[in-house]
Design a protein around this ligand. Structure first.
Ligand code: ADP
Length: 270
């Protein structure tokens, strides 16, 4: 910030070095604390589906003379193991993003491809709920970074829009450029987010309604992945929502600018 730049300008070289070292140590400690916290959360989150699968396996074992019950328990085992594998996949993705150099080989990322991939990824869920997913806006926009990460971020936003919307509603993905930035907005007509939760939804494992999650299969990690991707690309994610009416998530990224010159490879905490 301004204060830091000012200090750096007036302080002699020795003082500047000491300041830089202190800043480094503080950041190191903070990153370490965030990691520890993450590991504790991860073990808790993993134990839930693993415990459920174990109980269900016991139930199947005990109910071997009741085929209907066996089928019911087996169905729930499937749901729980799907949840577990999604959780593991997202945890791996998140820890990769928390690594020191998430953008090793930045490339030109084509937003049309990212949006098309995101729409395809949610197509099955959308069809099942008769939700129309439409993409609009400017074509041919590019940003500098990771195609995989940006694709994953947009996919998470579209998947949420579909998951938290009612049957027959509409999801619109809009891409536009504004000055040296590009914006990808995902607008839904879904359940919306209560005002008291809105500041926390980007935290790892945070869910507005954990009970509902058992049925929707959410992990609470999607938006923290989006936030990480935004930060590693020098961008930002914002949300606007009215409960009962819908939500708008907007991912803003620097257009065509090299992340090496921005806050690019700094590990971020969410
Ligand atoms: P999850 O896997 O639970 O969807 P996310 O990190 O993607 O995890 O989202 C965190 C929480 O934010 C969700 O549990 C949900 O309560 C809320 N949320 C996210 N996107 C939307 C949306 N489009 N509409 C309503 N609520 C949403």
């Amino acid at each position: 910030g301004t204060a830091r730049t000012l200090t750096a300008r007036v302080a002699p070289l020795g003082a500047r070095l000491v300041l830089a070292l202190i800043e480094d140590r503080t950041r190191e400690k903070r990153v370490e604390a965030v990691r520890r916290d993450f590991v504790a959360n991860v073990s808790h989150e993993l134990k839930t589906p693993v415990g459920a699968i174990r109980l269900l396996a016991e139930a199947v074992n005990d109910a071997s003379d009741d085929p209907e019950a066996v089928q019911r328990f087996a169905g729930r085992m499937l749901t729980e193991s799907d949840r577990l594998s999604k959780l593991v996949q997202q945890i791996i993705e998140l820890s990769r993003l928390q690594g020191h150099d998430p953008l090793e080989k930045p490339v030109m990322v084509d937003l049309d491809t990212a949006v098309a991939t995101a729409v395809d990824t949610s197509a099955m869920e959308a069809v099942a709920k008769e939700i129309t997913v439409e993409s609009r806006g400017e074509h041919g926009l590019e940003v500098f970074g990771s195609q995989e990460q940006i694709g994953a971020a947009v996919s998470n936003l579209v998947a949420n829009a579909v998951a938290y919307s009612g049957n027959g509603s509409r999801v619109v993905v809009t891409t536009r450029s504004e000055g040296d930035q590009v914006q990808i907005s995902v607008v839904d007509q879904g359940i919306g987010i209560p005002a008291e939760d809105i500041d926390r939804i980007f935290e790892r494992f945070y869910r507005v309604d954990p009970a509902r999650h058992r049925s929707t299969g959410g992990t609470g990690l999607g938006l923290s992945i989006v936030k990480h991707v935004a930060a590693t690309h020098g961008g930002d994610i914002s949300v606007w929502s009215v409960q009962g009416q819908g939500s708008t998530f907007t991912l803003t990224l620097p257009r065509n600018s090299s992340p090496e010159h921005g806050s690019g490879s700094t590990p971020v905490e969410v």
